[in-house]
Design a binder for this molecule. Sequence first.
Ligand code: 3PG
Ligand code: MG
Length: 400
Amino acid sequence: MAKTTIADLGDLKGKKVLVRVDFNVPLDKVSGEIKNDRRIRGAVPTIKVLLKAGASVIAMSHLGRPSGDPAKDKLLTMDKVAERLGDLLELPVKKAGNTVVGPDVTAAVAALKSGDVLMLENVRFDPREQKNDAEFASAVAALGDAYVNDAFGTCHNDKDASMVAVPAALKAAGKPRAVGLLVAKELDIINGLMGAPKPPVLAVMGGAKVSDKIAFINALLKKVDHLLIGGKMAYTFLKARGLDVGSTQVAAEELAAAQPLLQFVGTKITLPVDCLAAKSDDLNSTQVFEGDIATGFEGVDIGPKTLALYADKIKQAGTVIWNGPVGWFEKPAFSKGTKGIAEAMANSGAITVVGGGETAEAVEQFGFDTKMTHVSTGGGAFLAYVEGKKFQSLAQIDDK
Ligand code: 3PG
Ligand code: MG
């Protein structure tokens, strides 16, 4: 069932709309510069529509995982994010104050005029945010006349007040709530993927740990015709099947997690047939192995035969879902596999959906993001939604 959207909010002229966005963007650890603003750009269409309708917008988000120590957390203030949002909107966007709620914030909100945008401070600077605290939530809720959830990347967090208790407080006060354009699009696409995807349906999985993604893999196996494995997790499967993976680290719990999936290898699941490996003590020294990897070498990417095999399967697919890089793509020498998968998807006629922070980053880095049907802004949220989890955040927004 579709959720109430911003088009259903009624007359917004002169209204103050609280918009929960996911501006949890990657930052440079030293300078605090924003490394990738995809999530900010993702919420811009919703904000523009609200402003055009005559509303003012109070944007709120978390950023990182603050420690509670102000000295350590100073890079996590929303100033740079507010500035970037302003650049994208071509409007001045001020941060409301140094706390999430309080007299400064109330005053800044009271001064808002139609067409203005204000950014609240990092909601996680208030320890009550992640306790889904009702008192904190009613203070935040009192700032707005309506609430919009456009924070797909955080929708799976059931204990974040700005996602759950805040819309609940607005609901109790009889104020309208809706999902934003980004959340509506994400839900629509993933619902379509898991409902009636265009066959044949193919998934490409990579990343490090099988154990983290077991529920996701099980959910996918029910939907897809074929699952291609790459990335670090491929070595777990290969080792579990008796191959020597050289010096590639594979934890015992990972082998255990892969065990129940081995029955699908050769039918639904395809493993790499070769890999690029690098010497553990000299990463510049690489070799392609088919079968066993020599001692002293660790797998860093899928090999050329695997890439050709996977690219061919992608070409024949009706739908391709991709989560997890298939190699250590941050290093150019080990990025051929990940780049090749992205390229094969970009060139295929299939419906192509990319999910997960790192995978989205890779696709963007190689310049193929605009050639995909959809690149999700969700990491954990994408996995959880595909798994079929019901989100408390979305339960606060009425169905249409
Ligand atoms: C994410 O990037 O996963 C979301 O922004 C949620 O952040 P969190 O993992 O710190 O809860
Ligand atoms: Mg997360």
